[in-house]
Design a protein around this ligand. Structure first.
Ligand code: GLN
Length: 494
């Protein structure tokens, strides 16, 4: 099928999940046609963007045909027959799950992650697996074994990370939605830098079963879409208790879509002093403009302070590496993935398999983590970081006694050039200065497009109290009804 022969198809990739669902329901398009259209688009654009590391065309065709048969048999559902791309951190039964690493380049997952299983059950059609920073460690997608992802807005720029492939894929309209994970900002930061909407739910809201662990007390699955309304639809299918994840929380999942239309009159939004201090003036102007939109929608805005928030980055870079050093000890050359050639003995097998299988950033994290956990340093680093983490959590709790949501930037700058920061870890780590706090406190947060700097998209971040995803999506949806930043598409990627 070529685009020329089917003019209606040329528009399919521009449609929202809601619009595609209506087309499928009316029989104006089949999931098979939609899937073929997007696979053709991936074939044309992925060699440029490098957003996907695996394209699962045959499985996608089979899943789309199944969705069409289910619909013909009278079934319906908002994701039945809707294509998606999974971050390559989610185990997918029978499909390579590489986590962006040489270590897992040959790993075929023997089961589906709960997120994958739930979306499959809802009838969503996986087109492939998205590129990502190795083991989700990075803010630019440059640590991937498969090479950097290109930002659709400027092919010389990074898309952010670690879920950069997912973000770039949605921004380039290769799929209407993609999954991601966020340990310190890996959904919100790439969403901001590619001009899409990304939500990191409350820790425990979405199952981590089958999601390859980086820092287990911080990792959370979420989604990239082009709008908050679409994010509500997808999160509805992803969220909920899973007995196979011991940190999954057994609370009912509210009707996110039903909450989208609520008025924002009287909503109290706090602007964080710690975020606005020192903010680049053009970024500050975008934040002020977003606050003005919310005020025009009836919200009240006030400035407030979370005094311990500036400690987020150093705290995270103790806690996350500590957990990573423990989690990644399972990659030993014996049970999973890469194994070195001709090991002399067991120690040689461990050393060379890990030495050759892991990239530089992952090794840096493992070494830092091992250090902060080691006897003599544990109290000085790890224990102290846990205490500061509690102070940050308390700050958020106190803030949410006064306001319903917090608002601030998602990133300090727009997308930067590929290669610009990769040799300077601390500069790279500072990309997450505004996102890490929400992970340490476990609260949900969302990034939505809020304007441009130098022709590149910028995000506005909303942070809510635990389990307030419905409120975040409602506020973002109302903002998106009043603005059109989220409708802008990257020029050149038509
Ligand atoms: N950029 C942060 C890091 O490198 C966060 C990554 C993430 O959220 N997975 O650790």
């Amino acid at each position: 099928m070529s685009l020329e022969n089917h003019p209606k198809d040329a528009m399919l990739h521009d449609r929202s999940i809601g619009e595609l669902g209506a087309l499928l329901d009316r029989g104006e398009v089949s999931s098979l046609e939609l899937t073929r259209h997007l696979l053709a688009r991936i074939e044309a654009l992925n060699p440029v963007l490098n957003a996907l590391v695996s394209v699962t065309a045959a499985q996608a065709i089979a899943a789309a045909s199944l969705a069409d048969r289910r619909r013909a048999a009278g079934e319906s559902g908002p994701l039945l027959g809707i294509p998606l791309i999974h971050k390559d951190i989610f185990c997918t039964d029978g499909v390579r799950t590489s986590c962006g690493s040489r270590m897992l380049d040959n790993f075929i997952a023997p089961y589906d992650a709960t997120v994958v299983a739930r979306l499959k059950a809802a009838g969503a059609v996986m087109l492939g697996k998205a590129n990502m920073d190795e083991f989700a460690m990075g803010s630019s997608n440059e640590t991937s074994f498969y090479g950097p992802v290109k930002n659709p807005w400027d092919l010389g720029k990074v898309p952010g990370g670690s879920s950069g492939g997912s973000a770039a894929a949605v921004a380039a309209r290769l799929a209407p939605f993609a999954t991601g994970t966020d340990t310190g900002g890996s959904i919100r930061q790439p969403a901001a830098l590619t001009g899409v909407t990304g939500i990191k739910p409350t820790y425990g809201r979405v199952s981590r079963y089958g999601m390859i662990a980086f820092a287990s007390s911080l990792d959370q699955a979420g989604v990239f879409t082009r709008s908050a309304a679409d994010a509500a639809t997808v999160l509805q299918a992803m969220a909920g208790f899973d007995p196979r994840d011991s940190t999954s929380v057994d609370l009912p999942v509210p009707d996110y879509r039903a909450a989208l239309g609520a008025s924002l009159k009287g909503l109290k939004i706090g602007l964080l002093k710690e975020f606005s201090d020192g903010l680049e003036p053009r970024n500050a102007a975008l934040i002020e403009a977003a606050l003005e939109v919310f005020r025009s929608l009836g919200a009240e805005t006030l400035e407030m302070s979370l005094p311990n928030l500036p400690l987020s980055v150093p705290t995270y870079y103790v806690v996350a590496p500590a957990e990573c050093s423990s989690n990644l000890s399972r990659f030993d050359g014996v049970r999973f993935g890469y194994r070195c050639e001709d090991p002399r003995d067991l120690m040689d097998l461990y050393k060379r398999s890990r030495g050759e299988g892991f990239g530089a950033e992952v090794k840096r994290r493992i070494m830092t983590g091992t250090y902060v956990l080691s006897a003599g340093y544990f109290d000085a680093y790890y224990l102290k970081a846990q205490k500061v983490r509690q102070l940050i959590t308390n700050d958020f709790r106190a803030a949410f006694e006064r306001v319903d949501l917090l608002l601030g930037p998602t990133t300090p700058t727009p997308a930067f050039a590929i290669g610009a920061k990769i040799d300077d870890p601390v500069t790279m780590y500072l990309n997450d200065i505004y996102t890490i706090g929400a992970n340490l406190a476990g609260v949900p947060a969302l990034s939505m497009p809020g304007g441009f700097i130098d022709g590149l998209p910028m995000g506005v971040q909303l942070i809510g109290p635990h389990f307030a995803e419905a409120r975040l999506l409602n506020a973002a949806h109302q903002y998106q009804l009043a603005t059109d930043w989220h409708d802008r598409v990257a020029p050149g990627i038509t």
